[in-house]
Design a protein around this ligand. Structure first.
Ligand SMILES: [Zn+2]
Length: 328
């Protein structure tokens, strides 16, 4: 079962988990954190499968009754907690269910596994309700918490977990994997760079729709540098994902700041935009780029939390600010 294997660049982490498990020293609560696109779910799924498997080798065997149940989508000793459909928060009710689940013995006589993802979605009441189970889970229980932003977890939750922070892999550790999927090393390198070194993010960005958006934003940027009207440009981008638009804005601002500070073009994430960047750095001052970067990050955070209900207004305000800087 290939889906129960971690992505190749996580192999060293995986070997360490296997050593711990085989020595009976697997912690009862693990927090896997790291940016979206680093591959946390692949490590988690491999560990869930191996922990529930009756005859694990390096990976889950894929053949035993437990593995078959897991493959069918239901295993009585596995509980997954996520926000309800269409909701952002994990509320207290599903965590009460976790506490009841932990209080029972495992039906298959092995481990009970509880997965909470994204863990930062737990509200305060849910987090507090989880503490007791995290503290005294009983034997043969594994809590797996996944988080893109572990700083948003209550410190009391973090401190009860063994924290594994997954950083973006070295290029050499993921380039082959990515090249296989994107049809060549050059493509792989380009998208990996644009994705800030996150291989799964690189795959997302290289999809046809995402490529289209990047091209469109490239044209918008070009138009703004040449003095186009930002509100009209915003109208052209209507119905595109504001989160993706801000994400690109942030990546490009970071490039501009790098270029403005050092003048060096080697470290840019989007080297194909260099001619546009050169035009832009002629006008803006680095301190203003930093201010715009803070603004974009804050807007993105508010959108993620559901704090800003009107994406089109955010988009307009964003392009007006960009344009003011590019033309100053
Ligand atoms: Zn098995």
């Amino acid at each position: 079962m290939s889906e129960a294997r971690p992505l190749p660049w996580l192999a060293p982490r995986w070997r360490k988990l296997v050593r711990l498990a085989d020595a009976g020293r697997l912690p009862h609560a693990l927090l896997f954190s790291g940016p979206h696109g680093v591959g946390k779910p692949s490590l988690a799924e491999a560990l869930i499968a191996r922990t529930l498997c009756a005859a694990p080798g390096e990976f889950a065997c894929g053949r035993c009754h437990a593995c078959q149940m897991l493959a069918s989508g239901y295993h009585p000793d596995l509980l997954r907690v996520a926000p309800e459909e269409g909701k952002r928060q994990i509320r207290i009710a599903p965590i009460r269910e976790v506490n009841g689940f932990v209080a029972q013995t495992a039906q298959q006589g092995g481990y009970r596994v509880i997965v909470i993802s994204p863990a930062e979605a737990m509200n305060v009441a849910a987090s507090n309700a989880l503490l007791k189970s995290l503290e005294e889970p009983g034997g043969r229980t594994l809590f797996l918490l996944l988080s893109d932003i572990p700083s948003h977890l209550l410190p009391t939750i973090r401190s009860r977990c063994q924290h594994w922070s997954l950083a973006p892999p070295a290029e050499a550790d993921c380039l082959d994997w990515l090249a296989e999927r994107l049809g060549g090393e050059e493509e792989a390198r380009f998208w990996l760079q644009a994705a800030g070194g996150l291989p799964l993010r690189a795959l997302e960005l290289a999809e046809p729709d995402a490529r289209g958006l990047r091209q469109q934003l490239h044209e918008t940027f070009d138009a703004l540098v040449r003095g186009a009207e930002p509100v009209a440009e915003a109208a052209r981008l209507d119905r595109q994902s504001i989160d993706a638009i801000l994400w690109y804005g942030i990546a490009w601002l970071e490039d501009l700041i790098r270029l403005g500070l050092s003048g060096a073009a080697e470290e840019l994430r989007n080297p194909d935009l260099l001619p546009l960047y050169r035009q832009a750095v002629k006008n803006g001052r680095v301190r203003d780029w930093f201010r715009l970067l803070d603004y974009a990050r804050e807007q993105r955070r508010l959108l993620a939390e559901g704090g800003n209900p009107n994406p089109q207004l955010v988009l307009e305000a964003w392009l007006v600010r960009w344009s003011a800087l590019l033309r100053s």
